[in-house]
Ligand binder design. Structure first.
Ligand code: M6R
Length: 600
């Protein structure tokens, strides 16, 4: 997830570009850059790190161009560096572009271009687009863009400038947002409304497979095939602060609703027909391992609990999951035949980092699963896989969790595939459709809001589940306590009668998850024991299960049991969210918590 800006008008372009990038910094902040067009020449300035670094660098220049493009990056291909930063330009310095999205077939395209003699400056997928434009450009950048769009697969919002036509910006969109604003004497564009609002509330929403040519006092819209289309100017009814949250009340809610999109981004390019593609790991010989550890903290640890079960079942090698704070002091049994996987959204968690360093010291092969590119954990591990959740701003992790699950399942089946084990291809197929299921569950938000009302006046809530469902309820309970301050505990359902059931009394609320067919009936009979003691139960299960006496039952979509752990996360997040809302808690910044826990 990156942020892009573009200006084509009569004033200097830079002020718009920079204010827009500052509004978009939440979309990515590992590097930033701008290109302006002045006297028929491109001037590109880009810097690794926060936007402030770019601002400081720009003080060395006098920038007067009236046309320009800008970018703030959240890296997906290639570490944060000056060379990997956008804008990317061709060798002749005649074309420059900014890109948000992922070009899935960039490897093949890059190989083709290298064979034609092109040299690449960066490790990014985006650079293939500018090199392709160079290949096709015969003086009409719009025509060249049309040809390039036919070659590239994946997602993109693109803004392109060319010195051969110094009075226009060509923009194109597919699966990444791009909005064009109309100002008195200019047209402006950005990935998101906040970047435009200081200048205008009058916008055009570009749809997928649409393009536009922005000129100083003219805008023209087209399909990707070049057919001219009409678009309506829309006036945005809200202010800047509301826009940063995309119209949502909080970042947590926005991030919950982003899940269909970011799961899609995490899957993108990683399933090719029947095959799972994780090229980042292709040098690993998985047959040498006799022991596997998953290590993480908090929500990431819960994701690991799921990933480990799935991996162990798929490859029949012992897999252990340990909280990082325990792992580092447990004198773990590690040697060169050990694989250790460290999962961390921020990539900076102190305990996880210490555990990783310990595993490396003891000769394990280490893999990081991280969301923040270039973070310490991702740099320290020998191999790294990235979730594509984009910046997660709310302290409570939501989209990072579901994207971790997706990636951990891909990883498990990838290892099975590499070891020649049987892989459930129907499940892989369903995994690629998970974003649609998540989208549909989100439509039932009112149901979950009503469940939240049941918790409003309670001090405690009880969560139960078995196997994968136990990991899901651990996460559900963590979410509830961290944002709503309702004390919530998660139990293995079978353990209930060994103690915790003593706590159940009239009015207690029990949230049960029973989605695993081989044990769901057992959990459902455990909830009957709590109902007999006066508990009110909220049950998440699937249509095949026989449920009696449970007033609040939500049936999850009919997908493979493993994948239910992704789906059930959504209602559990929303229950926590709405409970916190009803109680008036600050959901984005819960008390006593920090987004990144860099101390022990
Ligand atoms: O950045 P990390 O994934 O390493 O963070 C781990 C935990 O601190 C984090 O998941 C924490 O539990 C969240 N607040 C949960 O919502």
């Amino acid at each position: 997830m990156c942020g892009i800006t573009a200006y084509c008008g009569n004033d200097f372009a830079l002020p718009f570009l920079m204010q827009g990038l500052s509004k978009l910094e939440y979309r990515g902040y590992d590097s930033a850059g701008v290109t302006t067009l002045e006297s028929g020449q491109l001037l590109t300035v880009k810097c690794k790190g926060r936007l402030k670094n770019l601002e400081d660098e720009l003080t060395k220049y006098e920038i007067k161009g009236n046309i320009g493009i800008g970018h703030t990056r959240w890296a997906t291909h290639g570490i944060p560096s000056n060379l990997n930063s956008h804008p990317h330009t061709n060798e002749d310095q005649t074309i420059s572009l900014v890109h948000n999205g992922i070009i899935e077939n960039y490897r093949e395209l890059k190989e083709e271009l290298i064979k034609k003699g092109y040299q690449f400056q960066s490790e990014t997928d985006s650079e293939v687009v500018v090199q392709l434009l160079d290949l096709y450009d015969a003086g009409n950048i719009f025509e060249a863009t049309k040809k390039v769009l036919k070659k590239i697969e994946g997602s993109y919002a693109l803004c392109i400038v060319s010195t051969k036509e110094p009075d226009k910006i060509v923009v194109a969109k597919k699966d990444s947002p791009l909005i064009i604003g109309k100002v008195n004497n200019a047209y402006v564009a950005a990935s998101d409304i906040p970047a435009l609002l200081e200048y205008t509330k009058d916008v055009y929403f570009l749809n997928d497979l649409e393009m536009a040519i922005m000129e100083k006092e003219k805008i023209s819209f087209f399909t990707h095939d070049g057919q001219s289309i009409e678009k309506k100017l829309v006036t945005i009814p809200y202010d800047l602060e509301a826009a940063q949250k995309d119209g949502y009340d909080t970042f947590m809610l926005k991030e919950i609703y982003e899940q269909p999109h970011v799961i899609n981004e995490t899957l993108r390019g990683r399933i090719n027909h029947q095959e799972i593609v994780l090229d980042e790991l292709k040098e690993i010989d998985f047959s040498k391992f006799n022991k596997i550890y998953f290590v993480a903290c908090g929500t990431a640890y819960h994701a690991c609990l799921c990933g480990a079960q799935v991996l162990e079942k798929a490859i029949k090698i012992p897999v252990t999951t340990t909280p990082a704070s325990e792992f580092r002091y447990s004198d773990p049994l590690i040697d060169e035949y050990t694989l250790a996987i460290f999962v961390s959204q921020s990539g900076e968690t102190a305990d996880t980092l210490a555990a990783l360093r310990l595993a490396k010291q003891k000769s394990a092969t280490t893999i990081a699963i991280a969301n923040v590119l270039g973070s310490t954990i991702s740099r320290d591990a020998q191999y790294v896989l990235y979730t594509c959740a984009g910046p997660e701003i709310a302290v409570a992790s939501t989209k990072a969790y579901t994207t971790q699950l997706v990636l951990l399942f891909l990883f498990a089946y990838y290892v099975a595939q590499q070891l020649g084990k049987e892989v459930d291809h129907a499940l892989i197929q369903q995994l690629s459709h998970i974003p649609e299921y998540v989208h549909n569950i989100l439509k039932d938000h009112q149901v979950f809001e009503n469940y939240a009302k049941m918790l409003e006046n309670l001090h405690d809530a009880y969560f139960i589940g078995r196997r994968l469902d136990y990991a899901s309820v651990l996460e559900g309970a963590l979410k509830l306590k961290e944002v709503s301050y309702v004390h919530a505990d998660a139990y293995v359902a079978g353990e209930l009668k060994h103690g915790p059931i003593a706590l159940i009394e009239a009015g207690s609320v029990v949230i049960a998850v029973a989605t695993q067919p081989h044990i769901a009936a057992k959990t459902i009979s455990n909830i009957q024991e709590t109902i007999a003691r006066g508990a009110k139960v909220i049950l998440f299960t699937t249509h095949g299960e026989k449920v009696k006496n449970v007033e609040n039952t939500y049936y999850l979509p009919d997908v493979a049991p493993t994948l239910q752990s992704i789906l059930v996360a959504i209602p559990l997040q929303l229950i926590a969210y709405y409970t916190a809302g009803i109680k008036g808690c600050d959901v984005d910044k819960p008390r006593n918590l920090a987004k990144s826990v860099t101390v022990e």
